[in-house]
Design a protein around this ligand. Sequence first.
Ligand SMILES: NC(=O)C1=CN([C@@H]2O[C@H](COP(=O)(O)OP(=O)(O)OC[C@H]3O[C@@H](n4cnc5c(N)ncnc54)[C@H](OP(=O)(O)O)[C@@H]3O)[C@@H](O)[C@H]2O)[C@@H](O)CC1
Ligand SMILES: Nc1ncnc2c1ncn2[C@@H]1O[C@H](COP(=O)(O)OP(=O)(O)O)[C@@H](O)[C@H]1O
Ligand SMILES: [K+]
Length: 518
Amino acid sequence: MLEAFSGADVRAAEAPLIDAGQGDALMQRAAHALFGVALGLLREAGRSTYGATAVVLAGSGKNGGDALYAGERLLRRGVGVTAVLLAGNVHAPSLDAFQRAGGTAVGLDDATEPSALADHAAAADIVIDGILGTGASGGLRGSALHFVEAFHARAGARGSRSAIVVACDLPSGIGVDDGRISGAVLEADATVTFGAVKPGLLLGDGAQAAGELDVVDIGLEMSSFTPVVRTLLDADVAALFSRPTSRDQKYTRGVLGIAAGSTRYPGAAALAVGAALATGVGMVRYLGPESVAALIHQHNPEVVASTGSIADARSQAWAVGPGAVDDDDQRRRAVDALHSGLPVVVDAGALTELPERVGPHVILTPHAGELQQLLAARGIDAERSAIEAEPARFALRAAEVTGATVLLKGFATTIASPSGALFVQRDATPWLATAGSGDTLTGIIGALGATLAEDDGAAKRLRLPPEDLWAAVAAAGALIHGRAGRRAARRGPVVVSTLPADIGAVIADLLQEPPPTT
Ligand SMILES: NC(=O)C1=CN([C@@H]2O[C@H](COP(=O)(O)OP(=O)(O)OC[C@H]3O[C@@H](n4cnc5c(N)ncnc54)[C@H](OP(=O)(O)O)[C@@H]3O)[C@@H](O)[C@H]2O)[C@@H](O)CC1
Ligand SMILES: Nc1ncnc2c1ncn2[C@@H]1O[C@H](COP(=O)(O)OP(=O)(O)O)[C@@H](O)[C@H]1O
Ligand SMILES: [K+]
């Protein structure tokens, strides 16, 4: 599990090592890792190191020191490195080392026009951003701000520029603890972060700016600190996942009831059902119109369908809402499922049926627009753009006021437990932003919920308190969904109805078992 700790906690963990005289050793470890990633990226881009050009951007703190020491190592590999000093008082020992290795350092103060240096950086093979680290307060200012703006104007945006940007510890200009960006930020292709992930690298705009994350162990002891944000990794999902045993039969594996779809939107139900089956459950019971059940049966004849009520369809968990629009029967089923006491995944049309207060076993899966409505219904006004800029803050607020687990969809999936625990998953690809994608996410989480509903050891397997189990289940669903989307995208634009094949393959990979033969 990736655990992100606040900048203050990382600095507190670092303090005893610095007091013991290991400050320079820590910096060398950080620099070495940064250098390794920079080298790897150059090679990946097909550029030979000898004769390549690099620009190190160094601010006044230790972040600049890390970057200069990495620059020193690049120089020794034959890379031509220039350092742009964006403060008068950069870390002296690293600057010395950099210059002794043959590096050129150029100062840039508030009065200097940055255009020539920005041109040089834009034309470089690689740029190392060591302007600001965990010591940053507020957005970039002064010469650092001018330089980054000039660099953007010349190099273009990430994706179109030719220079590879590697952030040292974090992209300069993001809020260390909240990922907020005020003003300019140097969007990185990759971020090499030291000791522990910082929350700003997983949250909101900061997550966008960070690019690929590389976490480097430099020997910090974080076990006495509480993580602010967590991200599940493959091993966590594998540990959480409920595998069938020889003693199981279909009912003990878990039955998922799905009340989704309507005559107007039948497809949403088919998508949720297909995804749930691919995730693995003992049985899917479908409740809804006969015409929708007929569509489901064309693809999945194993589904047990009825037009009855929640009380008559014994299940371990429910998934309600996708495509359930203008249908009173589906609305009633959503309400009944919400009062059943069982785990319920609540999406789309069912979000408006939420009672005043529920428990964490109720997992809401809104996108930003739906969350806006949900909050507005509780007297909390927030612009959609504000929710998108600070997903963690608003997901936590929604969890607090409803008592539910809240999964907020988007580029990063943000999951808030009413306990205050926060998970962020960044496994998806923007190719998943297509109609019907959310319906499959509902099916996946529903299936995980049904198979884990009666598993008392599930939270313990992830060393989480029991009240945070449902947030972890939602996060695991987001990981499987995102991974399946990436796998599907290898064939081209994602067609959601074909996602179940990828879901099955992703789970087989996670569990390191061969996919079931069909
Ligand atoms: N944790 C670890 O174990 C290890 C950490 N390591 C590294 O140390 C880094 C933290 O170093 P740090 O404490 O020196 O802070 P850092 O961000 O480099 O500089 C802060 C200075 O920048 C300035 N400044 C502030 N805000 C600004 C703004 N908005 N715009 C412009 N300037 C601004 C301000 O200077 P002032 O303006 O006050 O003169 C302030 O003093 C950490 O990220 C990691 O890379 C590694 O070496 C290995 C082990
Ligand atoms: N830019 C993006 N990058 C990655 N994933 C995204 C992006 N935008 C949306 N998604 C994912 O796509 C899915 C869209 O769900 P949703 O908005 O409910 O669509 P629908 O209602 O059409 O099924 C969510 O899982 C969301 O996290
Ligand atoms: K940085």
